[in-house]
Ligand binder design. Structure first.
Ligand SMILES: Cc1ncc(COP(=O)(O)O)c(C=O)c1O
Length: 452
């Protein structure tokens, strides 16, 4: 690799970064991360901090999982790539598909379609949902319904069901036939409802209303994150997803669980669907499927959809969709090792226990800092919503958020800023001392913001 002065000098010059303004990158160059070890990262200046972002919600095992690294190295030496398109397969793809079906058996998952990441998995699930209805002879069932505030990646399909204008406006017109309902977000919702259970009922009723309004025989699927991540960690009341399942069943609408963040233990359960005791029809996975060590994703297909697709013999049955890297053998080898480690370490239990500590620590910060409007934690998905006026819930301006992030980094912890939320999604292998360190660093960041 080129020396560090080259990297510092060329930083953000020839690269455009996702979710950033290309013209602003040179005046605000990103931190260059050079090394990861345990739950820490080290930047170009040699500064080592605790990574409370966990890469991007995905490095669940931390940066030093030797079994995953070894699996990748061994597979690279044996077979760095072969196609998974019709006619060929590879050992790791077969093994991981088998392991995933067993792991997600409680969710009712029966088949795996590999992808290269989360947006691909969402795209795949949306396409398979439409194809399922063609196979069933209900050709008009093409529409999708989703949650305002939801995030489902950046492909045209995912952007069309996304519920955040930031990811939509510049790319419109999006896919026709996509509709949105309110999110059961207690802190900010259009009903002014502060009771979580009642709010869940109102949002579920809005879903049923929309399905009936559109005509149930025109709706292919409802897609939701069991716990919303990019929206700033919105964990609906426990009654919400079961109500959604009931409504989908009543109108024969498929339920797609986008578990790109919530899969593999982050919520404190093995999946968000399992957390809420719901069996979806399709699941979208990525991120922690390899703990971020290799790009890989998967759309999982439940028994009902799988049976209909596999028994169909007319022209609608064949899947005209896939990626060169579907079932990449190195990615799948990483996935097998990551899943074994994930289970061996029972990371979901640690996520639940550390999540409770994190919630208590963040609530304590809320009591001391007027700028903290709301605290939301589910397992090791955490968010502090920062406001400049608590009563009016005025979102903190971007400069204020940057100061909080810089203050926390100065205090030894990397946090992520998304809108007016400080997002915490550390590796699931952190310990109680790490939780304290995260809270202290956020405290330091908030003190900086409070002084301005
Ligand atoms: C719920 C959800 N779905 C889909 C995606 C898209 O995944 P990717 O960035 O791997 O394409 C994300 C990414 O954060 C996500 O949080």
């Amino acid at each position: 690799m080129r020396d560090s002065s080259f990297l510092a000098e060329q930083n953000a010059k020839a690269i455009w970064h996702p979710m950033a303004h290309p013209g602003n990158m040179r005046s605000h160059p990103p931190r260059v991360i050079m090394k990861g070890e345990g739950v820490t990262i080290t930047d170009l200046e040699g500064r080592t901090v605790l990574d409370a972002v966990g890469g991007l919600w995905n490095v669940n095992l931390g940066y030093s999982s030797e079994p995953v690294k070894k699996a990748i190295a061994d597979q690279l030496a044996l077979l760095p790539y072969y196609s998974g398109f019709k006619g060929t397969s590879t050992g790791p793809a077969i093994e991981l598909s088998h392991a995933l079906c067993r792991f997600f058996e409680p969710e009712g998952m029966a088949r795996v379609f590999f992808t290269s990441g989360g947006s691909d998995s969402v795209e795949t699930a949306l396409r398979l949902a439409r194809q399922y209805w063609k196979v069933r002879g209900q050709h008009d069932r093409t529409k999708f319904i989703s949650l305002k505030r939801g995030y489902h990646g950046t492909h045209f399909g995912g952007a069309s069901v996304n519920g955040n204008a930031t990811f939509r406006r510049n790319y419109e017109p999006l896919l026709p036939g996509c509709y949105h309902i309110p999110t059961p977000h207690v802190y900010r919702n259009p009903f002014g409802e502060t009771d979580a259970r009642r709010l869940a009922g109102l949002c579920a009723a809005a879903l049923e209303d929309e399905i009936v309004f559109q005509g149930p025989d025109t709706v292919a699927a409802f897609i939701m994150e069991p716990v919303l991540g990019a929206a700033g960690v919105v964990s609906p009341h426990e009654s919400f997803m079961p109500l959604v399942r009931e409504i989908c069943d009543r109108h024969e609408v498929l339920l797609i669980a986008d578990e790109v963040i919530t899969g593999f233990g982050r919520t404190g359960a093995w999946s968000g669907s399992r957390l809420w005791n719901v069996r979806p029809d399709l699941m979208c996975l990525a991120k922690a499927i390899t703990s971020g060590y290799f790009p890989l994703g998967a759309a999982l297909v439940g028994g009902k959809v799988a049976a209909a697709m596999e028994s169909n013999q007319d022209s609608f049955g064949s899947i005209g969709h896939g990626y060169t890297y579907s079932g990449h053998p190195v990615g799948c080898a990483a996935g097998i090792a990551a899943l074994e480690e994930t289970q061996r370490l029972k990371v979901h239990e640690n996520a639940a226990a550390r999540g409770c500590e994190l919630r208590a620590a963040l609530e304590e910060l809320k009591a001391r800092h007027a700028v903290v409007g709301d605290v939301r934690v589910q397992g090791l998905m955490g968010a502090l919503e920062i406001v400049s006026d608590r009563g009016a819930k005025t979102p903190m301006a971007a400069e204020g958020m940057s100061r909080i992030q810089a203050g926390a980094y100065e205090a030894g912890v990397m946090v992520r800023i998304s809108g007016c939320n400080v997002i915490l999604s550390p590796p699931l292998v952190i310990d109680a001392g790490d939780v304290r360190k995260i809270a202290e660093a956020v405290d330091a960041g908030l003190r900086v913001a409070g002084r301005e």
